[in-house]
Design a protein. Structure first.
Length: 249
């Protein structure tokens, strides 16, 4: 089992590294579903990690996954910049008007060169997860990230389980969608995945009076922003490690 933690700060990277997470998905703007981080943030994240891989989200804007030629050019440039900054992997996706994977995905894989490359939750809004999974394999993606076309991993578990069966050894299927220590084991058992992805955040306070005007989207009143929750990340990673140790060989 592998655990990936979605983070948007250097402190979040440190939390994941200290907890023993296998990977981080590094981004900004999680309240918008995640956006491409700066090159400096990628460099700092890489410098903070020894055992935890840094996989960089490439998403130039909020919203759908149908991109203009200009946006695609930016995305390819961001892949190259992330690779040059020392990233271990890329997280990306694009869907065409028919709901299939956009052929531009071939250019994304080419730009990533030797890096792992994950097709993200755009697969959950494709016309067919089954068809999209076959396409992801043909393009050369390392894995797909999915909540089974639902908000919750448990609600989407039947679809995820079928994707795991279909993928066999050709591609990794990583489950997401509200994964927490309280439901992680149930999610693993219900889906059969070998990797979990969690964005485990907690509200934090900022400078006096800043929250009133500049608090992040969705942050509870009196708080400033969200950041990675160290206790929940540590518990999740330890829970998964413990399950591996007691699983039959």
């Amino acid at each position: 089992m592998r655990v990936e933690i979605c983070v948007e700060s250097v402190s979040g990277v440190r939390v994941a590294e200290e907890a023993g997470a296998d990977r981080v998905e590094l981004c900004t703007g999680l309240s918008d579903g995640g956006l491409t981080p700066s090159t400096a943030l990628i460099e700092h994240a890489v410098a903070q990690t020894v055992n935890t891989g840094v996989h960089v989200l490439i998403r130039p804007r909020p919203g759908d996954f149908q991109y203009s030629p200009d946006e695609i050019s930016v995305m390819v440039g961001d892949i190259r910049a992330a690779r040059a900054a020392g990233a271990d992997g890329i997280v990306i996706g694009a869907i065409d008007r028919s709901g299939a994977l956009d052929p531009v995905c071939a250019a994304f894989v080419d730009a990533a060169e030797h890096l792992d490359i994950t097709f993200h939750r755009a697969i959950d809004v494709s016309a067919s997860s089954r068809q999209a999974l076959d396409q992801a394999i043909s393009f050369g993606f390392t894995r797909v990230l999915t909540s089974g076309r639902q908000r919750s991993v448990l609600d989407g578990a039947p679809v995820i389980k079928e994707m795991v069966r279909q993928a066999a050894d050709a591609i990794e299927v990583m489950a997401c969608g509200g994964v927490r220590p309280s439901n992680a084991i149930q999610a693993i058992e219900a889906t059969g995945v070998s990797a979990l992805h969690a964005a485990v955040r907690t509200p934090v306070s900022g400078a006096a009076n800043s929250a009133e005007l500049f608090a992040g989207v969705g942050v509870p009143q009196g708080f400033d922003r969200f950041d990675t929750d160290p206790d929940e990340v540590a518990t999740l990673c330890e829970l998964v490690r413990s399950r591996i140790q007691v699983s039959p060989q």
